[in-house]
Design a protein. Structure first.
Length: 290
């Protein structure tokens, strides 16, 4: 492993040697390392079991976010693409954690400014990943159509493949997707979204400045992003106050929030199994009945 990293650093004109190498925990799917040489510090992700464009898509997402000049992301120094015998590797700027009292507020402000970056349509021009699952993506003039066809339906299809017996849950999911437009009525604009923004996908770097990491970008309803931040425990209250000062949420937010959390719960159901079944069923009961 060390030799592989050494070779990668040489491509960045860092001749080494590696002075410090330690593994970093906290990621879902990749091995990660802190590396220090005489010249620099690095954060390196390594994986042999991911699709060949996996790190390229991550780098592209970080780059699109960086280009908005609204919120920090770690610089990507280099990535390769894992073909059959090669290992995928992504070399990035090391962010030294330094959480401060104002960090959550800054995150809210910066994220809202990022969400102001528009596109003509909803979706994206290429597939992305969430965990190990692929999100196909396309462009659509209608958020409801995109959310239904590119997000919910592929996850429902995967749930059917994972458990092929007839299933009340699947029937209800199909009924819910057919009626989505009945609840999502506020005509959102396409905003650049991180797309996988749970508490583990932002960091706080030097001077308490927030950084987004590990994105799965799309152009979508900004309420979709905020709904996911609330799914697993939520972000600090100052984050939400600061966010809404820049970019208020739609009046219907509380009514549609579970519909947006449903996507992420289906992803978790498909990746991690039935522990995520009951919260999916509760949302279905609320919108399409017991
Ligand atoms: P995975 O793709 O496996 O989910 P992440 O990108 O979430 O991996 O990173 C795993 C952990 O490594 C994060 O929770 C964070 O603590 C840390 N981390 C991620 N990026 C950096 C970075 N640029 N500098 C320092 N630590 C990082």
């Amino acid at each position: 492993m060390k030799r592989l990293i050494q070779r990668e650093l040489e491509q960045l004109n860092d001749p080494g040697p590696i002075k410090v190498m330690r593994s970093v925990s906290g990621g879902d799917i990749n091995e990660a390392y802190y590396i220090r040489t005489n010249l620099n510090e690095y954060f390196i992700k390594i994986n042999t079991h991911v699709p060949s464009n996996f790190f390229k898509v991550e780098a592209l997402g970080l780059e699109r976010i960086e280009q908005t000049y609204t919120i920090n992301v770690p610089k990507v120094y280099h990535y390769n693409e894992p073909y059959e015998e090669e290992t995928g590797i992504l070399v990035m700027e090391w962010i030294e954690e330094n959480r401060q009292a104002h960090s959550a507020e800054m995150l809210g402000q910066n994220l809202a400014n990022m969400h102001k970056h528009p596109a003509k349509q909803f979706g994206l021009d290429q597939p992305t990943f969430i965990g190990r699952l692929t999100q196909a993506n396309s462009w659509s003039g209608s958020w409801v159509k995109y959310y239904k066809e590119d997000r919910l339906q592929p996850q429902i299809q995967l749930a059917i493949e994972n458990s092929p017996l007839p299933h009340r849950r699947i029937d209800k999911l199909e009924r819910l997707t057919d009626q989505l437009g009945q609840w999502i009525t506020h005509h959102p604009k396409p905003s650049l979204l991180h797309g996988d923004l749970w508490g583990g996908n932002y960091m706080v770097g030097p001077k308490g400045v927030p950084y987004l990491i590990d994105p799965s970008i799309l152009y979508g309803d900004h309420a979709f992003e905020l709904a996911f931040t609330e799914l697993f425990g939520g972000f600090p209250p100052t984050f939400y106050v600061a966010y809404q000062e820049v970019m208020p949420l739609p009046l219907e937010y509380e009514d549609i929030k579970p519909l947006y959390q449903l996507y992420y719960l289906l992803v978790h159901l498909n990746m991690f199994g039935e522990n995520f079944g009951p919260p999916v069923d509760r949302i279905l009961a609320r919108y399409v009945g017991e």
